[in-house]
Write a protein that binds this ligand. Structure first.
Ligand SMILES: NC(=O)c1ccc[n+]([C@@H]2O[C@H](COP(=O)([O-])OP(=O)(O)OC[C@H]3O[C@@H](n4cnc5c(N)ncnc54)[C@H](O)[C@@H]3O)[C@@H](O)[C@H]2O)c1
Length: 280
């Protein structure tokens, strides 16, 4: 159902790889809510061809941009304003990739060249995007930039590897640039810290099934889905959240405030009953 939350708004959406992607769901919902936007992704992602379906469904154009390249970001911001006929009102940064995770390098055996790529793709790309947008004055007053994060920025989650550092850096950029951009142009910058979600990036994390189940049992509302994440992002793009900026906002069914839930305790005790001898 449409609430016309984004009627007349123009946006740029990074990171819709396939129909599991969080950015894909955001694009579908933003379209329903009346927004016009341009889709962008790295050239390798465009070659997979799936984005064409999303573009057709939402009446959007696609621009190739490697988010680590200032030149590509400059072109993406210039072209999207030309295509949409004016400055942008929202940008979604839904980008993450760790070559160390992909190549299964453990945290105590990191390849440092890969580590730098992880940081560049997953975190510095947000800084580059904001810096180019600000210099170009590409975003309207009270426009909203949202990046996707994960609670491994604050706490250690086995298997998340060097993406934890990337998310910490990302959230810090949200605060630091949020101040600069808010002060000078009234542009808002926030991150949404989302539950584990079955996507291409999510599924690459070691032991993801267990992580998903644990987080689901621990959260009073259960894990948040990609569709629910999209709904939350839309509220942040809308005029209903005009004074929200520099925040890392947990969208996780309550997980981030939990220590132990009845469901996890029950599950754990059952395991102990089976494993441990009676005298324990
Ligand atoms: N899936 C989860 O469990 C989960 C949880 C919390 C946060 N997040 C975050 O959500 C965001 C979106 O991930 P997703 O889960 O939808 O997975 P996804 O794999 O569908 O999306 C990741 C996107 O990053 C893009 N990308 C990678 N390198 C790029 C580059 N150099 N330039 C431009 N784009 C590039 C990919 O093409 C892809 O579209 C990421 O920041 C991810 O860390 C995911």
């Amino acid at each position: 159902m449409s609430h016309h939350l984004l009627d007349g708004k123009r946006g740029l959406i990074f990171g819709a790889l396939n129909d599991k992607s969080i950015a894909w769901k955001v694009a579908e919902r933003a379209h329903e809510e009346g927004a016009k936007f341009v889709l962008t992704n790295a050239p390798f992602a465009l070659r997979l061809g799936e984005m064409d379906q999303l573009a057709a469904k939402t009446g959007s154009e696609i621009i190739a941009a490697d988010a680590t390249s200032v030149e590509d970001l400059t072109v993406a911001l210039e072209r999207s304003q030309e295509i949409l006929g004016g400055k942008l009102d929202f940008i979604l940064h839904s980008i993450g990739m760790s070559p160390n995770v992909r190549k299964k390098h453990s945290y105590d055996n990191l390849d440092y060249r890969y580590f730098q790529q992880t940081l560049d793709i997953s975190a510095l790309s947000l800084h580059k995007l904001l810096q180019v947008a600000k210099k170009m004055d590409a975003i309207n007053e009270y426009g909203s930039v949202v990046a996707l994060s994960y609670i491994a920025a604050q706490r250690t989650f086995y298997g998340y590897n060097d993406m934890a550092e990337a998310k910490s850096l990302l959230e810090s950029i949200v605060r630091s640039f949020g101040y600069i951009y808010g002060r000078s142009k009234k542009v808002r910058v926030n991150s949404v810290s989302q539950s584990p979600t079955f996507t291409t990036a999510g599924g690459g994390v070691r032991g993801f099934d267990g992580l998903f189940d644990y987080s689901n049992r621990m959260s009073p509302l259960g894990n948040a889905s990609a569709e629910e994440c999209a709904d939350y992002c839309l509220t942040l793009f809308s005029d209903l959240t005009r004074k929200v900026t520099m925040q890392n906002l947990f969208h996780d069914g309550g997980f981030s405030s939990m220590g132990m839930s009845e469901r996890v305790m029950g599950f754990y005790n059952k395991c102990l009953d089976n494993i441990l001898p009676e005298e324990w």
